[in-house]
Design a protein around this ligand. Structure first.
Ligand code: ASP
Ligand code: MG
Length: 443
């Protein structure tokens, strides 16, 4: 089971590489899941929003896909039907001046639907029989509850049968599914990872390979921390925890179904397929000594604190906070009730300061989490991080609660994030620690 992310399909040569990878690594019955070509989801989102506001630029979408077809030597008409339909929907949004979630999802789905056509055609041109498949035609159902998308129980057998009926290599759209009422939905950023794992689960795949353009999961974001190193093995829990705290290389919800079925996920580099990548698998990684293994971060967050009225139902009061967030379009990253106060970590966007009258809102923050076995219970580690930061005159504090046994969450001023991450990474996840761990232990 192979999944190609948008960057791994960014242009003609990248798609050619993907074809070569399917041949070399796909096994006897490859199953392929694809993201939209890099940047296309954003273009679609912008076009939809511009259409609602009264006008959209059609050229970038048209040119982008035509260029791909030309680079691959494929028929220039391959995507005509999709492009025509897409344009008609955008025109419709423009004339109505309205864009609801459902319509937006429909617009976004074209990214993956077109890339499945392109990749299947490129495979066929390379001598590999292949068929593009829309995931919703396989019966991939999802349930959307409070922003969380889950595969519907019982869909697995149906999907499995449908996949077996597809002639040649099925090239399945990531990111799109049907909801319980039969409407098209999308699965959020990196949603194709989730599709890939669901599909892998449905067909009992030995492994799910996520082909990206990075060497694997790293100990921190290399854009901010140049010393960040590839991690060879992670447990599902560690990977989920990293994703939940903002590491954008993975989809948090994708770990659950994989761990349920014990299917290893391998993050691999499509630009260098010989590299081993990162394996996310069962509990073997648990033999790591306790301590942080990686840092995840969010560059811009706001912290909201609301004092709870002890005479009133706390559940009702929490519901009121969540409804206010939802109405303002702010999905909380985390919430905790460490005492008489509810604390929420939110996206740092305008409107956050107007959520509730008595709330205290701090903006301009960044969050980072240390993740690894035993980290959540390690009070000394928290003190050491805060102490180290204080000596460097960095204003770092730990969040009072909300951490599982695998992680610890901290806040820092957004403009000091890079400095802070480098310092914390260098000290707690640095080379030194790794060397110590690599030293063979004698029985
Ligand atoms: N195309 C979607 C995105 O850009 C889904 C994905 O790539 O996994 O996030
Ligand atoms: Mg992506």
């Amino acid at each position: 089971m192979l999944k190609f992310g948008g960057a791994a399909l960014r242009d003609g040569p990248a798609v050619e590489s993907a074809v070569a990878i399917v041949r070399a690594h796909g096994g006897p019955r490859p199953l392929v899941v694809v993201s939209a070509h890099e940047g296309v989801t954003k273009l679609l989102e912008r076009a939809a929003e511009d259409a609602r506001a009264g006008g959209f630029d059609w050229e970038p979408l048209r040119v982008r896909h035509r260029t791909l077809l030309r680079q691959l030597g494929l028929s220039s008409e391959l995507l005509d039907r999709h492009l025509r339909d897409l344009r008609a929907i955008l025109e419709h949004v423009r004339s109505e001046g309205r864009l609801d979630r459902r319509r937006l999802d429909f617009v976004l789905s074209f990214g993956e639907r077109m890339s499945a056509r392109v990749v299947a055609a490129a495979l066929r041109a390379g001598g590999v029989p292949a068929t593009p498949v829309d995931a919703f035609d396989l019966g991939l159902l999802s349930e959307t509850r409070s922003g969380l998308t889950l595969p519907v129980e019982g869909a697995r057998a149906r999907v499995r049968r449908a996949v077996l009926d597809v002639p040649g290599v099925p090239v399945v759209t990531g990111f799109v599914a049907l909801d319980a009422e039969g409407h098209l939905t999308t699965l959020g950023p990196n949603g194709s990872d989730l599709t890939a794992v669901w599909m892998g689960e449905a067909v009992d795949a030995d492994e799910v390979h996520l082909w990206k353009t990075v060497d694997g999961v790293r100990t921190a974001d290399p854009k901010l921390v140049p010393d960040a190193r590839r991690i060879a093995r992670l447990t599902y829990r560690e990977a989920a925890e990293l994703a939940a705290h903002g590491a954008d290389v993975l989809h948090a919800a994708a770990m659950e179904p994989a761990s349920r079925r014990g299917i290893p996920i391998r993050v691999r580099n499509a630009e260098d397929p010989a590299l081993p990548g990162t394996v996310i698998a069962g509990e073997a990684g648990d033999s790591h000594p306790p301590g942080p293994r990686a840092i995840a971060h969010r560059a811009r967050v706001a912290l909201l604190s609301r004092r709870l009225d002890l005479a009133r139902d706390p559940g009702e009061q929490m519901n009121a906070v969540f409804s206010a967030c939802r109405e303002a379009g702010l999905d909380p990253f985390l919430f905790a009730v460490p005492g008489t106060e509810a604390v929420l970590l939110l996206p740092d966007k305008d409107g956050v300061e107007r959520l509730g009258a008595g709330d205290v809102v701090e903006r301009g923050l960044a969050s980072f989490a240390l993740v690894g076995p035993g980290v959540g219970e390690d009070a000394e580690l928290v003190a050491a991080v805060c102490d180290l930061a204080a000596r460097a005159r960095l204003d770092v504090r730990s969040l009072p609660s909300g951490d599982g046994p695998m992680s610890r969450l901290f806040l820092a001023p957004a403009e000091k994030l890079e400095t802070t991450l480098r310092l914390v990474h260098g000290t707690f996840i640095g080379e030194e620690r790794e060397r110590r761990e690599a030293r063979p232990t004698r029985a």
